[in-house]
Design a protein around this ligand. Sequence first.
Ligand SMILES: Nc1ncnc2c1ncn2[C@@H]1O[C@H](COP(=O)(O)OP(=O)(O)OP(=O)(O)O)[C@@H](O)[C@H]1O
Length: 303
Amino acid sequence: MNPVVTVTDLTKRYRGVTALDKVSFSLAGNRIYGLLGRNGAGKTTLMQILTAQNFATSGEIAVFGQHPYENESVLSRTCFIKESQTYPSNLRVEHVLRAAMLVYPNWDEEFARQLVDDFRLPPRRNVRKLSRGMLSSLGIVVGLASRAPLTFFDEPYLGLDAVARQIFYDRLLADYTEHPRTIVLSTHLIDEVSDLIEHVLLIDGGRLLLDEEAEALRGQVLTVSGPVAAVDEFTRTATELHRVLLAGTARATVRGDFGPAERERARSLGLGLEASSLQETVVRLTTSSNGHAADATSKEAVR
Ligand SMILES: Nc1ncnc2c1ncn2[C@@H]1O[C@H](COP(=O)(O)OP(=O)(O)OP(=O)(O)O)[C@@H](O)[C@H]1O
């Protein structure tokens, strides 16, 4: 199947800031992508360019095989829900939903109504009078009910409580299962979405640090713990991302290909092995690397 998005050597420079630096990747159809990275990594800039709300400095992009700028056939299939979505101040909730119905060909009105109930949104209230969390809920309703074949959610939950966030995750997963599409979810709440994400794109300082299936990544990053000498022996053949020393023992987060033989080797050295969570993996990769993970091992002496 042709990719839904292809990005080749995409660079975006603002005055004095390189927000994206020769980024290349593609997005397949019908997958949920996690677009992860620290503040200022370049995530919003990337989504803006892919939705024709910003221009590249150099590089190529194709969305559904075409450039998205002023391209109705691409934009009608693309939905971008931003962190701080703004609406004309004279609109009520029901007006926003009606406008969305006109924009998105796959709009599901019944699903939208159900979501409005789920998030307890008052349909007749003016958007100016919505609370911060209610505004985020409205964006989520539009993002889900649009059923756009390519949907971007950029930190959609400012002000949303834990119950509403869980409703978002549950409805997203259930609806995606029934109506598969390509969803890009940018978030800092990595633990909360780690079961949803099928593929991880990690950006750091404008560079793509990771483009990996979530399942594959789970087996690639491990934490080993035990006597320092045994940890040293084990980590000789892996990339060490982080280490904590504690009274003669070490706990190291390592990245590598850990098949059954490697795991057996760890056990024979008397080491404990734990899979790292996606959040820990992202934190360790972005704090240890700057693109040079092996050179910049972080050694943190606790005692
Ligand atoms: N209009 C602009 N003018 C100048 N610099 C900008 C502009 N927009 C973004 N930047 C800079 O580009 C870099 C990437 O910003 P971007 O908003 O894409 O990051 P982000 O990954 O979405 O961050 P966050 O997670 O904090 O939302 C940052 O250094 C930011 O300050």
